[in-house]
Write a protein that binds this ligand. Structure first.
Ligand code: 16G
Length: 241
């Protein structure tokens, strides 16, 4: 099956073959691939060569290893475009996935200094602090901590934030959500985040902070979120002008 005369190294050809088998679901998500021994027999190469191919695919996130159990096919990451300001609910709907949230906390607090600054709030203004786990098809994808000025969205209650906060805000107030600035940073999960996201502590996560504005320029939310790096990748289209 491999082209031994090709200038492409054997391990590379094996990687491409395994990737193709993942794409065509010959190897299905969350299922094991054949053992090193089986693969080396199948491709007629040394186990070292197979190991190199598999290790590269593990490092690239196509496969993952479980001690004592074998090597498994990772689930495909969700590709999230960076242009366009969408909500989690809209993103999942577009993909035909079912979105849901678990509300961990809903409180009204005086804003911490950085939130107060980002929301351009004066001294005595209070904010909602909403802490949610966001699920796609019942799998945890992100934890979000959202801060919204109470004066801007008075009367919001727990029951209003299980679904889409954007939908609630736009439907119940005469507001148009306009734009946001967003920062993405690589980090690792602490114990609490790992537990909430069902990942191992110190797994990679993407920390994202968004400050969003209404049409008239009023900042209406600051969101600090942690997305699972094994399930998400962000894509942007860039132009050379
Ligand atoms: C997304 C946004 C978050 C926003 C939320 C609203 C990112 C990184 N975050 O998760 O800032 O608050 O959508 O979602 O995109 P909702 O309307 O479904 O509650």
């Amino acid at each position: 099956m491999l082209d031994k005369k090709s200038p492409l190294p054997m391990y590379y050809q094996i990687e491409e073959d395994i990737k193709q088998k993942i794409d065509s679901a010959i190897y299905s998500e969350r299922e094991t691939i054949p053992s090193e021994r089986e693969l080396s027999e199948q491709y007629e190469v040394s186990r070292m060569t197979v190991r190199q191919a598999v290790t590269n695919l593990v490092n690239e996130g196509y496969l993952y290893r479980e001690k004592g159990k074998g090597t498994f096919v990772a689930e495909k990451k969700i590709e999230q475009p960076l242009q366009g300001m969408t909500s989690f609910t809209e993103d999942m709907k577009q993909r035909g996935m079912n979105s849901s949230s678990k509300l961990l906390d809903f409180t009204i607090i005086p804003p911490p200094a950085d939130i107060k600054r980002k929301l351009s709030l004066e001294e005595e203004r209070q904010v909602y602090e909403i802490h949610r786990i966001r699920y796609a098809d019942h799998q945890p994808m992100a934890v979000e901590r959202t801060f919204i000025p109470v004066a801007l969205v008075p009367g919001m209650q727990e029951k209003d934030v299980y679904g889409s906060i954007y939908e609630y805000i736009e439907k119940n107030h005469d507001y148009t959500i306009h734009k946001a600035t967003q920062m993405i940073e690589a980090t690792i999960a602490d114990e609490e985040q790992a537990e909430l996201l069902d990942i191992v502590p110190a797994a990679a996560i993407l920390h994202i902070e968004r400050t969003s504005l209404l049409q008239d320029g009023t900042p209406f939310e600051v969101v600090k979120s942690s997305y699972r790096a094994d399930r998400y990748k962000f894509i942007s289209e860039i132009h050379r002008s």
